[in-house]
Write a new protein. Structure first.
Lengths: 234, 756
């Protein structure tokens, strides 16, 4: 499998007045196409910073981030916007659906930023929410909203799906369903899925586990036989 | 600690709080400022009238005997009276200025107001108390001598004092067109200073109880025939012109500032509600930590209280001073007052109280709805409002509409309060701008109507009172002019009596009366036309009969109205000399009109007034009004800026997370700016469209309140509409450019954390 993502000596430093806070310190790793990757670490370890850098929401202080051969650390704002629109699918802890739009509209919203024509109903069918197509987010449960969020993210067939604590706001049963869906996408559609979480149990299902501590990569573990999400004892 | 929290919150939400403060400030500033100016003029003149004990009315006769005075004093309503001899004299200066000499009997009514020198002394035969403005222009001081010529006599007196008179606050002789204190003035002296033994008093100053009409009725009933005419205070030229200026200020001060304050209040409420709603989780945290509801409520109530109190009190203090300073110079040019002191805005303190109370009530209800929920609920962000698809959204074409349209439709539906407030805010600003521009257009239209449509002469030669008929005829022939008569009259209907102007024309083309639509009308030799405004005031129309008499004559005649004409600044009757004669009244030429520019001096001509001088004079008299209109236009734009900025900020803050999400999803800044701009433009257009008829309605109401002298047609010009739209649009675009920068610089990571 080819390498989709590569972090090379990535540093991220935040300035707060005269103080400097190093949120990423010489981070190096690679992620291959179709991998189901879990990034683990305690609060404040730098997981979200890593995801933000990878998603083009923030810029590195130094180092390189290469996605599908593109050096995104050198992208200007327009290129980053283009990158986010075409290469990255985001899934957030609080779903971040547009409350004004129905489920199908939230998915088809992506038609405005990508060139391929998205059939919202088809994608909703893939996440099992075809029947809820015309409902607004406020009329749905948290699990359903997160599945809409996944549908929106996968609709444009991005190079990588970035998930920030995707089950953080869900009960455990619903969380399992959502994670299973993400794992299925990785295995059946060969989508690269990167999940940031502090829930270490999820490591059992990952192809690769990257542990972050104090802004540094503490370890990278490869898992030859990842478990099915449903089989994990939550 | 909560106090510290309040200070930090004020700092964190500074932009919103500054706009709350500014709105309270601007609303009260204009309300108290413009209203306060009318108050200022009223209070100052009332003080002067009281200090000088201005007469309630004047009785004119060629010789007022002490017997006649006694009879007037015997009338039930009379409280006091005093005789004066008033003579027009010429002072010994190269330009022969006219000085009205007042020989006073007691100096108890309509007294001279001393500014410098000694008080008027009745036993002083050699002293004179002179018009200060005239003295200043001529470089005269207390102790200087001055001589006056009248009735073939010359008297020389020493100036004992300089000052003002309540009868000359506005002083413009019939032959003058612009205030020029080198050419005329007044002087007061004791009756003992009169060079003859027998002083033949010609004016009786009367103070009486009850209204003018009742006094005049009794006077006429008991003493009719013993005097020439009676003039109540409100008909005195000086009193009337000054009152006209007060009325102009009131006309504008009553309505437009009220709209200012209403718009400010609405916006203030929106902001306060939003700030409190935004603090929901913090309220939850305080409650969860054991803070009592009362403590939390007081804490949040203090925000609005502090800011709104500060803003509105500052507006209350500074508004009257600012507007006073703005109008002071032009008022001093028009009026001669010993003092024109600013009046504090205490009379408008109720606006502050209402403003503060409203902000407290809104804050109270906003907090109450939050604190009444259990802490476990408040500590979390409020669940998004459930939305259902409306009928429109279920229609087939909905899906084909652009994302931009669908987004904004749904956003407005979901945040209908904000949407309504935006429309109302824009509507309010549009109303103020349309009315302010309408006032501007109305004034210009009136000027055009009078000086382009009705008046076509170049020079108006004012006849000297001593001119002989042959002199007048010679001048008229020489300048190829038309003779006219203008006079003050009193007109009476069954229900009302008003003072007005009589214009007698001799088939001239240099003054062409028009109807109210500015179309020329022909008033035949045997017809009488009444002006529309006068007809309205008297409640009469074509076919009705009114009674009239010319001032200085007690002969009343019945006049049947044949036509209605329109005039922007002169209300009364128009007829021919033949008709006047038919009515049994004497025709006396008062001016000659000519299309030529006359520079020559003629015997029998007191002065020449050019049409441009008339225009300048009318503009000068309206200067204070113009200043207020400009100030209103400026503050309307300021208010529009604050309102639209504030509403834009509310939209932006409420949509920040959604905008952040869209940005993360790959939407370009341009598309997102377009999203906000579309919403803003739609609301602006709706508010603007609703504001046009509302603004026009307000304009009509304002003109309806104008003084009796004016009849100004409310005009809503295309330019007015376009200018208003461009201002609102420009303000909106500036605000949107600002927000598009905010979108560009929006920290996506932070925006997404808003809910967290």
């Amino acid at each position: 499998m080819s390498t989709v993502i590569e972090f090379k000596n990535v540093d991220k430093v935040y300035k707060s007045g005269a103080q400097l806070l190093k949120a990423m310190d010489d981070v190096n790793f690679t992620i291959d196409e179709g991998e189901f990757v879990v990034i683990l670490g305690p609060s404040g370890a730098g997981k979200s910073t890593l995801l933000n850098l990878l998603g083009g929401l923030d810029c590195v202080s130094s180092g390189e981030i290469i996605v599908n051969g593109n050096h995104i650390e050198s992208f200007n704002e327009d290129q980053l916007t283009e990158y986010r629109a075409k290469n990255v699918g985001f899934i957030f802890q609080f779903y971040n659906l547009i409350p004004n739009l129905t489920a199908i509209e939230n998915v088809e919203l992506m038609n405005d930023v990508v060139d391929v024509k998205i059939d919202g109903m088809e994608v909703l069918d893939a996440v099992g929410l075809k029947e809820w197509a015309n409902h607004f987010p406020a009329q749905m449960s948290g699990g359903q909203q997160q599945r809409i969020s996944i549908a929106r993210a996968i609709a444009k067939k991005p190079a990588v799906l970035l998930c920030d604590e995707p089950t953080g706001a869900l009960d455990s049963n619903t969380g399992v369903l959502v994670l299973s869906l993400l794992q299925d996408l990785s295995t059946s559609q060969k989508s690269t899925v990167v999940i940031v979480t502090h829930n270490s149990l999820l490591a059992q299902a990952a192809d690769k586990v990257i542990r972050i501590k104090n802004g540094q990569v503490e370890s990278i573990e490869l898992n030859d036989s990842p478990m099915k999400i449903a089989d994990i004892d939550w | 600690m909560l106090y510290k929290k309040m200070l930090r919150d004020l700092s964190d939400y500074k932009i919103q709080f500054i706009s709350v403060f500014l709105m309270a400030f601007v609303g009260v500033f204009i309300f108290a400022g413009v209203g306060g100016e009318a108050n200022c003029l009223e209070v100052n003149i009332d003080n002067l009238y009281e200090d000088t004990n201005l007469a309630d009315g004047w009785i004119y006769a060629t010789d007022i005997s002490s017997d006649f005075q006694g009879k007037v004093n015997d009338l039930n309503s009379t409280t006091s009276s005093e005789r004066q001899l008033v003579i027009t004299s010429t002072a010994n200066f190269s330009n022969s200025p006219d000085i009205e000499l007042h020989f006073v009997e007691n100096n108890t009514i309509s007294k001279f107001y001393l500014a410098e020198g000694k008080e008027l002394n009745l036993s002083d035969e050699d002293g004179v108390w002179l018009d200060k403005k005239f003295a200043d222009e001529k470089g005269l001081n207390v102790g200087d001598n001055i001589s006056f010529k009248f009735n073939g006599m010359t008297i020389e007196k020493e100036i004992r004092g300089l000052g003002y008179s309540p009868e000359y606050v506005y002083n413009l002789p019939y032959y003058a067109v612009k205030a020029n204190h080198t050419e005329y003035g007044f002087a007061y002296m004791s009756h003992n200073a009169f060079p003859m033994d027998n002083v033949q008093y010609n004016v009786l100053h009367v103070k009486f109880n009850g209204n003018d009409g009742d006094f005049e009725d009794v006077l006429s009933e008991k003493l009719g025939g013993d005097y020439s005419s009676f003039m109540p205070r409100q008909s005195h030229t000086s009193v009337k012109v000054y009152q006209g200026t007060i009325d102009q200020f009131k006309m504008i001060g009553n309505i437009l500032p009220t709209i200012f304050i209403l718009v400010s209040m609405l916006m203030l409420l929106t902001s306060m509600k939003r700030v409190i709603t935004h603090q929901r989780t913090q309220i939850g945290v305080l409650k969860a930590n054991g803070f009592k509801n009362r403590t939390i409520m007081l804490h949040y109530l203090s925000y609005g209280f502090v800011l709104v109190s500060l803003g509105s009190i500052l507006g209350l203090i500074s508004g009257p001073i600012f507007i006073y300073k703005l109008a002071y110079a032009s008022l001093c040019k028009i009026f001669s007052l010993p003092y024109l002191r600013p009046v504090d805005g205490v009379g408008f303190a109720y606006a502050v109280v209402i403003m503060v109370l409203l902000s407290i009530i809104v804050s109270y209800y906003s907090i109450k709805s939050i604190v009444n929920e259990p802490p476990s609920t408040i500590i979390r962000p409020k669940a998004p409002k459930a939305t259902t698809s409306s009928f429109v959204e279920k229609l087939g074409f909905w899906k084909h509409l652009s994302f931009n349209f669908r987004w904004n439709y749904r956003d407005a539906k979901r945040n209908n309060f904000r949407a309504i407030m935006t429309v109302v805010g824009v509507l309010g600003c549009t109303v103020i701008l349309i009315s302010a521009f309408g006032l501007y257009d109305g004034m210009n239209d009136a000027e055009h109507w009078q000086y382009d449509v009705i008046d076509h002469f170049e020079s108006k030669l004012v006849i000297d009172m001593d001119a002989t008929p042959s002199q007048i005829d010679d001048v008229a022939k020489d300048v190829d002019g038309d003779k006219i008569m203008e006079s003050s009259i009193e007109i009476e209907s069954d229900s009302m009596k008003k003072t007005g102007t009589l214009l007698v024309l001799n088939g001239t083309d240099l003054i062409t009366p028009t109807d109210i639509d500015k179309n020329r009308i022909n008033i035949k030799d045997d017809e009488v036309a009444i002006s529309q405004k006068m007809a309205n005031l008297l409640g009469v129309g074509v076919g009705d009969t009114v009674r009239m008499h010319i001032k200085d004559s007690d002969k009343w005649v019945d006049v049947k109205i044949d036509k209605i004409h329109g005039h922007p600044s002169s209300q009364g009757l128009v007829m021919s000399a033949k008709k006047l004669d038919d009515l049994g009244l004497n025709y006396t030429t008062t001016s000659i009109l000519t299309a030529k520019h006359i520079d020559n001096d003629y015997n029998g001509i007191k002065s020449v007034i050019y049409i441009d001088d008339l225009i300048d004079s009318s503009r000068e008299l309206n200067t204070p009004l113009w200043i207020i209109i400009y100030a209103l236009m400026f503050f309307a734009v300021v208010l529009a800026l604050i309102v639209l900025y504030n509403l834009g900020l509310l939209s932006f803050l409420e949509m920040e997370r959604d905008i952040g999400t869209l940005k993360v999803l790959g939407f370009k800044t341009r598309s997102l700016t377009k999203l906000l701009l579309t919403q803003s433009l739609v609301f602006i257009i709706i508010g603007f469209l609703l504001g046009i008829p509302a603004g026009y309605r307000i304009l009509v109401m304002i003109w309806q309140q104008s003084s009796e002298k004016y009849y100004i047609v409310s005009v809503l010009t295309f330019t007015n509409i376009i200018c208003t739209f461009l201002i609102v649009l420009a303000v909106s675009i500036i605000i949107n450019l600002y927000f598009s920068r905010k979108i560009k610089n929006l920290d996506m990571v932070e925006a997404l954390k808003i809910l967290e």
